[in-house]
Design a protein around this ligand. Structure first.
Ligand SMILES: [Zn+2]
Ligand SMILES: [Zn+2]
Length: 326
């Protein structure tokens, strides 16, 4: 477990976005249609660039499987192993790219870094006494296989008729709306099981592992206990009860697997030459810093407000050093 000193140390001043954090455009009242469109489809926005990239990766996986004539009705075949290998390569490349630029090369120093300190070189709380190595171990050793298992079993369930299927040709509008809506479903699912994981018995045995990352980096995102991975990716079960296509399955699991890199990168902006790309991790960074606030996604601020767990980034939570689950 982290010590109060670790928390106090990491609570030092760093960069932060404009505070107080306010509700995102879709939740403004009265409605602001142009702001909503900009929030959803602007660059950077909800869908661009990251969700669009995850959709392209999913499309690439789908084309590869088509090219190889994968028979999804046969689970004891080569395609599950191929998907596992592809997912491993994609996760390794994606998380490493974030980590290499921001933490190995330190390409922008601590500019726009929420926590002004770098994670410690040696930290006895982590496996191998090293934060990144431990995080890579859990992400690649547990996260990728469990994500792949959900992907493979859902594709198989669709193919043998257990899970309902539709096609882009027969329902193009429904398929498009579902693609756009899956990120909102993921946000709600994440909020619900994340609240559950903060119940003491589950926190002490399962969720503590993710929260070892008080000063998170990209690999922290998928560093979870296997039980948490099982819950985290279980949103894919939605696609066992509502009609979807294999592309939805590939996209949803890819989104859930890769999105935490941005959400945990620890920087508010990534410098790209003279310009910068805004990341969206401050809301969840406050959760890692204060433990019992901001359980959901910024989209779900009303839920955090409703349950009294919203932190707007402007104040210290009273008694913050006592807010950890112990
Ligand atoms: Zn986290
Ligand atoms: Zn948590």
């Amino acid at each position: 477990m982290s010590s109060p000193d670790d928390i106090a140390e990491s609570a030092g001043a760093g960069w932060h976005p404009d505070v107080p954090i306010t509700v995102p455009a879709p939740l403004l009242w009265p409605p602001r249609p142009m702001k909503v469109l900009e929030y959803l489809f602007g660059f950077p926005g909800l869908y661009f660039p990251w969700l669009a990239l995850y959709a392209l990766i999913a499309l690439g996986l789908w084309l590869l499987l088509q090219l190889l004539h994968a028979d999804f009705t046969r689970i004891l075949a080569g395609w599950p192993l191929l998907l596992l290998a592809c997912n491993g390569l994609i996760a390794a490349a994606f998380y490493s790219a974030w980590h290499y630029r921001l933490y190995s090369r330190r390409a922008q120093g601590t500019r726009f870094k929420y926590n002004p300190r770098w994670p410690k070189e040696h930290d006895h709380r982590f496996l191998f006494a090293q934060q990144t190595r431990s995080n890579v171990f859990w992400a690649m050793g547990s996260g990728v296989p469990i994500a792949s298992a959900y992907m493979i079993l859902t594709l198989w369930a669709q193919a043998i008729g257990i899970a309902p299927v539709t096609t882009w040709r027969s329902s193009p509008v429904y398929c498009t709306v579902l693609m756009l809506a899956l990120v909102f479903f993921h946000a709600v699912h994440f909020y619900v099981f994340h609240r559950l994981l903060h119940i003491k018995v589950l926190y002490d045995r399962v969720h503590y592992l993710h929260h070892q990352n008080i000063n998170p980096g990209p690999w922290s995102g998928l560093a979870m206990h296997p039980v948490e991975h099982l819950l985290y990716f279980s949103g894919a079960l939605l696609l066992w009860v509502i009609p979807a296509t294999p592309l939805h399955v590939l996209y949803f699991v890819t989104l859930v697997a890769l999105a935490p890199a941005e959400g945990h990168c620890g920087f508010g902006k990534m410098m790209l030459g003279q310009s910068s790309l805004t990341t969206d991790g401050y809301y969840h960074y406050l959760h890692h810093k204060f433990f019992r606030v901001n359980f959901g996604d910024p989209l779900l601020i009303p839920l955090d407000r409703l349950f009294g767990t919203f932190h707007d980034g402007t104040r210290r939570v009273p008694g913050v050093l006592d807010t950890r689950q112990k």
